[in-house]
Design a binder for this molecule. Structure first.
Ligand code: HH2
Length: 281
């Protein structure tokens, strides 16, 4: 059974693992660009991920890979309009990966329940007001800079302390705009203005982000740093590292896992849970 929105928003208390399947309706995403740009392919992909056990389908129409240019709301909506209504009818919660309140409002009208904003409400001042008005849940992600330039010499004195302070400040900003903390999920934004050592420190320090009292989402899936130890240059070859990151993130308190490989992730999480809950015999 897919998790309900309330299950998702309570997952940090119950420990329920929530698998978020990525649906990139884009020609240029770093891992699967162009594979799901046509609406029938996108909807088929969403159906397959739900059958594999995804609790949430995170739909995005704009790639935010390092070096990417931003895409306007009208272009995003054009890519989404024949996809979102069908995906919203599949039984999993739908999240919209956008920083535009106009795109987010369109997605909510189509049945989405979660706004996944990689700018944490900074790109578009109307985003928090929309979430407040419509009672939507929201993912607040940390990003240093903008996708175009974020990988040029990222620097932190203490990445875990700084990301945590940023997320705390954004939770407060959301609250001031009328979005209650109970509707929020936080995300360290792996790969968004971070070098490998920053990504590793954040994965190792997720318990410090969990102390914010909100569910923590982690998106390590197939990212470049994941290929570093195996030499896997093709994103699709980074499954082993993606699963390792996911299981260790869970150990440190993350409960939402944003992934490309849903079946493998569900299997890994279930196996790890069985081992952790093993009885003495
Ligand atoms: N990563 C990407 C996009 N959106 N949202 C959250 N909350 N957390 C993430 O880590 C995250 C995200 C990048 O991955 P992907 O969507 O596969 O690639 P692209 O941006 O090239 O479409």
């Amino acid at each position: 059974m897919s998790a309900t929105l309330e299950d998702i928003l309570h997952s940090h208390r119950t420990g329920r693992a929530v698998v978020v399947g990525i649906l990139n309706v884009t020609p240029d995403s770093f891992s699967d660009g162009g594979q799901f740009l046509s609406p029938p392919q996108a909807v088929a992909r969403a159906k397959a991920m739900v059958a594999e056990g995804a609790d949430v389908i995170d739909v995005g129409a704009e790639s935010t890979r390092p070096g990417s240019d931003r895409l306007g709301p009208a272009e995003q909506i054009a890519r989404l309009q024949d996809v979102l209504p069908a995906v919203a009818g599949l039984g999993a919660a739908v999240s919209i990966d956008t920083t535009s309140a106009q795109v987010a409002a369109f997605a909510l009208d189509c049945g989405a329940a979660i706004l996944n904003d990689i700018s944490a409400g900074r790109d578009d001042p109307a985003m928090f007001a929309l979430a407040a008005r419509r009672g939507a849940a929201m993912v607040l992600m940390h990003m240093a800079g903008q996708p175009k330039t974020m990988q040029i010499e990222p620097h932190y004195d203490d990445v875990v302390v700084e990301v945590r302070a940023f997320l705390a400040e954004r939770i407060a900003a959301a609250g001031a705009a009328g979005v209650p903390a109970e509707r929020l999920i936080v995300d360290p934004g792996l790969g968004f203005g971070k070098r490998t050592e920053h990504n590793l420190a954040l994965l190792a320090g997720l318990d410090k982000l969990a102390e914010l009292g909100r569910p923590v989402m982690v998106g390590a899936s197939r990212k470049r740093f994941i290929g570093q130890w195996t030499g896997a240059s093709a994103p699709a070859d980074r499954l082993g590292g993606s699963l390792a990151a996911c299981l260790l993130a869970r150990r440190r308190g993350a409960t939402l896992f944003r992934v490309h490989d849903v079946a493998a992730t569900v299997g890994a999480l279930k196996t790890a849970a069985a081992i952790e809950n093993a009885q003495k015999v």
